[in-house]
Structure formats: C-alpha cells, structure tokens
Design a binder for this molecule. Structure first.
Ligand SMILES: CC(C)(COP(=O)(O)OP(=O)(O)OC[C@H]1O[C@@H](n2cnc3c(N)ncnc32)[C@H](O)[C@@H]1OP(=O)(O)O)[C@@H](O)C(=O)NCCC(=O)NCCS
Length: 186
C-alpha cells in the first residue's frame, strides 16, 4: 500500500478534501445532529458543537500519520454534506474498509455513490490497495444500493451480527468488496 493520504478528489459535482476545524459548524448542523443519519451508525447524534470540534481536531491530527478521511463538499454551493473515510486500514493484507454518512436532506441525489466510486478509483489506482470492503446492516438497504452502484459486489452475509439501534432487532451484516480486477464494472 502506498500514498496513505487524504488527497483532494474532484468529481463531477463534489469536492472531497481533508477536514478543517472551520468545518465543525456545518458538520454539526448538516449531519452530526441528524437522527436519520445516525440511525444505523455506531455513533449517536452529537450533543454540542464542542463535541464535533473535538472529533474533527482528532481527525486532523491523524492526517500526518497517514489516514483516509474526506469531508464531502458540493462543488456548486460549497455546502458540506457528509463524509467518507477508511474505517480500517489493514496494511498486512492491503485491504481498506470504507464507511460514509450524509445528512438526510442530501440523500437520494447520487452523492454517496459518486463519492464512493471516486474514492474506490483513487485507492485502487493510486494507492495500490488490493481490496476495498464496505459493510452495512440489512436494515439499511440504501447503503447496500450505494455499494452496488459504485461497482462493489456482494461478498458475504453474516447472520444476526448486529443489533439494529432503531428496531432493537438483530440484523445481518452484509459485506461488499471490489478489487482492481473488478474495475471494468464501474
Ligand atoms: C446510505 C446513504 C449513504 C445513501 O446516500 P444517498 O446520497 O442517498 O445515496 P445515493 O443517492 O447515491 O443512492 C441511494 C440509492 O439507494 C436507494 N434507496 C434508498 N432507500 C432505499 C431502501 N429503503 N431500499 C433500497 N434502496 C433504497 C435509492 O433509491 C438510491 O438508488 P437509485 O439511485 O437506484 O434510485 C445515506 O442514506 C446515509 O448517509 N445514511 C446514513 C449513514 C449510513 O447509513 N451510512 C452507511 C453505513 S453502512
């Protein structure tokens, strides 16, 4: 693996770039306090702006040691709509797991797919990552749709692996992946 770096990526409608501390206010209002956004995530809505600032500060500190963590900005309005990051970087096996979240007012416009597809291209083509993985719970099919639309394929269904925060029921965890070999599909 090389270039473990949050390089700025410009897509048709989006700018994916490193977080800045000044992004805290928009992150707080646009997705970190959005209960719909957090419904299927391991974290809960932020309680105050200080919490958002301290999380961003921690992320900024990690850029120097090598991390993938993009804030997603709309090119036309410069609004910040969400983020996409490496949840894990497995250097031994050369595998990166991605996660993403967007404010609900920005859903359904293809932004999550556009960002994921371009991060996949960057990681496979420029960072020599062997395989990119992403996981969602069965109660969150929109996320699986994003993975499939970005060119990933279904790898495995782990039965009853996660408790759905929303319904409190056990849900399956669904794993998608893509390698450089699969790039012809996207
Ligand atoms: C999942 C998420 C990233 C999708 O973002 P988005 O910007 O709406 O994604 P896109 O517009 O690129 O694509 C969404 C697709 O899911 C589809 N979809 C939406 N709700 C769906 C549902 N309940 N079942 C199946 N598909 C669904 C949409 O129709 C769309 O597909 P289409 O373009 O073929 O119509 C967004 O809902 C989100 O941030 N959720 C909260 C955080 C989260 O769950 N992150 C993922 C954790 S694994």
């Amino acid at each position: 693996m090389k270039n473990i770096e949050t390089k700025t990526i410009i897509t048709n409608r989006l700018i994916l770039r490193k977080f800045k501390i000044e992004d805290a206010n928009e992150m707080y209002h646009n997705w970190a306090t959005d209960p719909l956004c957090c419904k299927f995530l391991h974290w809960d809505v932020h309680q105050n702006l200080e919490e958002t600032k301290s999380i961003i500060k921690n992320w900024i500190d990690k850029y120097d040691n090598g991390s993938y963590n993009w804030v997603v900005e709309k090119k036309d309005t410069h609004e910040l709509i969400g983020s996409i990051c490496a949840v894990t970087i497995n250097k031994n096996d050369n595998i990166v797991e991605l996660g993403y979240c967007y404010g609900s007012k920005f859903w359904g416009k293809g932004y999550a797919t556009e960002a994921l597809r371009n991060v996949i291209l960057y990681l496979l083509n420029e960072c020599d990552v062997y395989l990119i993985e992403a996981r969602h719970i069965s109660g969150n099919p929109a996320s699986g749709k994003v993975m499939a639309k970005a060119g990933m394929h279904l790898d495995a269904v782990l039965k009853n692996r996660r408790i759905n925060k929303y319904t409190k029921e056990r849900n399956d965890q669904i794993i998608y992946s893509i390698t450089k070999e699969d790039l012809k599909n996207i």
